[in-house]
Design a protein around this ligand. Structure first.
Ligand SMILES: *Cc1c(COP(=O)(O)O)cnc(C)c1O
Length: 379
């Protein structure tokens, strides 16, 4: 069955009790038991809820995993996954992972004795050269944010497997439609479903899919113990968003490719970062592990002034953090997502004051080009 069909027919769409073709919002915290000696499948909603379970089963099917988990945010998902490790464990993390992931690994999990080394994952040798006897896992994002750098998933997975390390991939930027790391041998996939899976900038959520039952047991233990679960109403919203994932991303990634081409030809644009461009240094690796370049691109303007003018004058993009919604979102990493980094770190990551990141929405790209031309004072 092809992916678009699976989004609609994956075995989790119909309510078994009533035949409703949308899973109802089971807005309940607890469940009546008719026989205390033989209690039912559900006892308390932190441990299990049918709406959340439909979503959890859906992400497992879409990523090709054995089991899925839904959390109250992407960070709740990442934090819960990292909680399967113990004091003394070492994890190799991409140096340009999502800011919140950098924050919890550098300022939270380190307090509990989990050792972290940050490396540039675009060169798999950096993973190899930083392994230690206590290394337990590799955590990465590809494409990364905000410069859309590409990591060779197969190369890193091969290296990790040779040393019995778990591979954890934050697949938020691609979604399971465009890239499926478990199929390439990764062990755990994490999503901020706040982004493309939800797709409408109206709900926070995190999803996890795992490769095998042993990992599923560990993560279920943390989910139930820690309790950062997704509520039934929000689970329903993500289930609804997922149904249109393919049509949205097909349109959005076509628009992103078109905008990337257009930006390349504009004299006030000094650099365009989009993994779908053949000039992108990671293009061939990316296209070997993903369906297309995705719906996010970044660009640098000739000056900081041009970038700031664009952010002030643009009308068909929300000026905001986040991505993956039906509305185009323009963000200014220097003062938004990466504002708290020291200047030296910003320099190391290439987060300069003339950098803009775009997440393409569902507006007609002709209108976006006309609006951006005005905002950049090209016309
Ligand atoms: C947004 C994001 C997160 C965090 O997700 P929240 O839902 O905001 O907690 C993690 N990873 C990536 C790549 C993201 O874009």
């Amino acid at each position: 069955m092809k992916f678009g069909t699976k989004l609609i027919h994956n075995g989790n769409e119909i309510d078994k009790q009533t035949g409703a073709i949308n899973i109802p919002i089971y807005q309940t915290s607890t469940y009546h038991q008719t026989d205390v000696d033989n209690q039912g499948k559900y006892d308390y909603s932190r441990s299990g809820n049918p709406t959340r379970e439909a979503l959890e089963n859906t992400i497992a099917v879409l990523e090709g995993g054995t089991r899925g988990f839904a959390f109250s945010s992407g960070m709740a998902a990442t934090s819960s996954v990292l909680s399967i490790f113990s004091s003394g464990d070492h994890i190799i993390v991409g140096h340009d992972v999502y800011g919140g992931t950098y924050r919890i690994t550098s300022s939270f999990f380190n307090k509990f004795g989990i050792e972290i080394t940050y490396v540039d994952m675009t060169d798999p040798d950096n993973v190899k050269n930083n392994m230690k006897p206590n290394t337990k896992a590799v955590f990465l994002e590809t494409p990364s944010n905000p410069l859309l750098k590409i990591t060779d998933l197969k190369a890193v997975i091969k290296l990790a497997k040779e040393h019995d390390l778990l591979v954890i991939v934050d697949n938020t930027f691609m979604s399971p439609y465009l890239q499926q790391p478990l199929q390439l041998g990764a062990d755990i996939v994490i999503h901020s479903a706040t982004k493309f899976l939800g797709g409408h900038s109206d709900v926070l959520s995190g999803l996890v899919a795992v490769k095998d039952d042993a990992l599923a047991k560990k993560i279920y233990f943390v989910q139930n113990a820690f309790g950062a679960v997704l509520g039934p109403q929000d689970s329903w919203l993500i289930l609804r968003g997922i149904k249109t994932l393919k049509v949205r991303l097909d349109y959005q990634s076509t628009s992103a490719a078109r905008l990337a081409d257009w930006l390349l030809g504009q004299y006030k644009i000094s650099k365009v970062y989009y993994p779908g461009l053949s000039s992108h240094p990671g293009n061939s690796i990316h296209m070997s592990q993903a369906i297309n370049g995705g719906a996010v691109l970044s660009f640098k303007t000739d000056t900081e002034e041009t970038a700031k003018k664009f952010m002030k004058r643009v009308t068909l993009a929300a000026v905001a953090v986040s991505l993956g919604g039906v509305e185009t979102i323009a963000s200014y990493p220097y003062k938004m997502s990466h504002a708290s980094l020291p200047q030296t770190e910003k320099d190391a990551l290439g987060v300069t004051s003339n950098l803009i990141r775009l997440s393409l929405g569902l507006e007609d790209p002709d209108d976006l080009i006309a609006d951006f031309s005005k905002a950049l004072e090209l016309i």
